[in-house]
Design a protein around this ligand. Sequence first.
Ligand code: NAI
Length: 697
Amino acid sequence: MSAEYQVNGSVAVITLNNPPVNGLGLATRTAAVDGIRKALADDSVKAIVITGAGKAFSGGADIKEFNSPKALTEPTLHTLINVAEGSTKPVVAAIHSVCMGGGLELALGCNYRVAMPGAQIALPEVKLGLLPGAGGTQRLPRVLGLEMALNMIVSGTPVMSDKLAGTAMFSEVFAADANLVDAAVAFANKVADVRPLPRVRDRSVDYPNHEAFLQFSRNTVKAMAGPFPAPLECVETVAASVTKKFEDGLKFERERFLHLIQTPESKALRHAFFAERVASKIPDVPADTPVRAIKKAAIIGAGTMGGGIAMNFANAGIPVVLVETKQEALDKGLATIRKNYENTMKKGKLTPEKFEQRVGLISGTLSYDDIADADIVIEAVFEDMGVKETVFRKLDAVMKPGAILASNTSTLDLNKIAGFTSRPQDVIGTHFFSPANVMKLLEVVRGEKTGKDVLATTMALSKKLRKTGVVSGVCDGFIGNRMIEQYSRQAGFLLDEGCLPEQVDKAIEKFGFAMGPFRMGDLAGNDIGWAIRKRRYVESPQISYSKNADLLCEMGRFGQKTGGGWYDYKAGDRKAYPSQAVNEMIVKHSADLGVERRKISDQEIVERLVYSLVNEGAQILDEGIALRASDIDMIYLTGYGFPLFRGGPMFYADQVGLSNVLMAMEKYAAGLHGEAWTPAPLMTRLAAEGKGFNSQA
Ligand code: NAI
């Protein structure tokens, strides 16, 4: 059922019913319109109440209808609002819990709005790169005034209904213990005979000297919006509520909405929105797979990652025990955690009570016996198979049956690690990103034998820890690091061929990356990549790398932590200054290779860095390591600073067109380091069919 119809005395009650949040899909809209018409045709009905069943009044458009012709099928949301607003009997919106987007636009089309306290009122369209397209930009200022409406529409942030009591938004905000429908029906009876019917569209927006305010808003919003066009468009359409007649304002809103929906930025935001939702769905693991309870956690290794991971559990209210081999290392790890929380408290982002609570949930031990009863244990010791083997054999011996044994390894073979235990079905990879208490991404690595319930439990846990969990199969580097390896190789080759670090960083930062590869290397420590390459020189001698990064490390320039890396750093200052010594080293290395350095365009830099990610991503997808292209995008958006407004590498490649990407790759294949540009077969296949990664299904 999509909306229920009931008559209560002389009041018709229409209850939107489309779980989970009464999205205004076609069936719900149809039932609501039918309900209003039925009430109008019934002489015994004097007024109409519209409310929502379950957890919301209405969360707005039905996301299942996004990008579907159903959204444009009659009755559209506009029609529903027009029917409500055109009613000859008073229509009362009875609001509770959530009233957002199209839901709020519908409520604004009603003659009256009444609400329970604590309901979230919002027009969040801007978060998807859009603006409210069903009258919201014209009606909200008419009830809340220009300033407040503009703030709500530009930010998309919810405001509690009780904060809006006393404005023209609500005729009444009831007491917390009221029965909403009863109270709304009583209100409807009270106003049943009041004529003329009040309509939001008939109100005016008065704001003395509005031009000055609007100009100030344009300036501030422009400075904050970055590459996104929607916030400024929101200002312009809200401005129209003052400067234009209602109908003209609506027309203008429609025109700007249709413009925004076509922009690459809005497409990217909508892609990311869906990508995040779909990432938790695993085709062969049904949504109702039973999950194991996680009430106590343990972490092995209180180093950089172990400490950050422990904080995630404490933040989610789950007690966690850290295990170390030496008291000194344990004390150091616990002290670092305490200091991190203290810093957050100093910034005013954590109350002293919460500080005590969180620190109180974290304890330390040198004995595995103390963690035997933990529901999950995450290993975060040195990245060395021998050390991991010792740890996992020990865990297998001590942990209670049914405990999940997880590894935070970033490169090692999870199947081999699982093989050190007698319970490979309980072993899984949880690849956190540094700093683990901050970064959103959690790559969940599914081993050959990982149990479905273990996977389901870990994905559910990632939500509880407020992470974006994305599933990866087992391969060297998993999804994210395997791709970044190709990107780093290209960055190195660019130095060999004619670039200097700052040119590469600037070009990719202008494209939108948070940080270029060389500044990133200096931040994370260039010695990490050095260690990985040394292993690869032995294991995979066929893979070519620029020697520049090794030469840099041989100079002891590991990055910020050694006071110099690709750049020079001054004490107490993270700013990167171009280094004459490094730049001379790079130029000399080209000469040693016999390479004549050439001028390289920013376009070439960006294409080589981004397309190297795309090509490896395609290979990963083809091998089934990633479940879907959008999972790869999620990993890059949440873990690697890929610009959100470009939607992730695979989505970006789709926008450029895979045949165009391939054409550029062919050009680079003919260049100095052509060996890195063998196209992934999936990409060639899709390009030939005129498809993209995200439209292959
Ligand atoms: P780290 O060197 O900061 O910490 C490792 C800790 O493990 C040390 O405190 C050490 O005393 C302890 N440890 C060593 N053997 C132990 C044992 N047998 N029992 C108990 N504790 C033991 O290393 P980090 O950076 O925290 O890395 C840990 C793991 O996380 C590695 O597998 C690494 O590849 C992975 N990782 C690291 C990331 C990073 O950015 N640092 C990012 C993602 C994963």
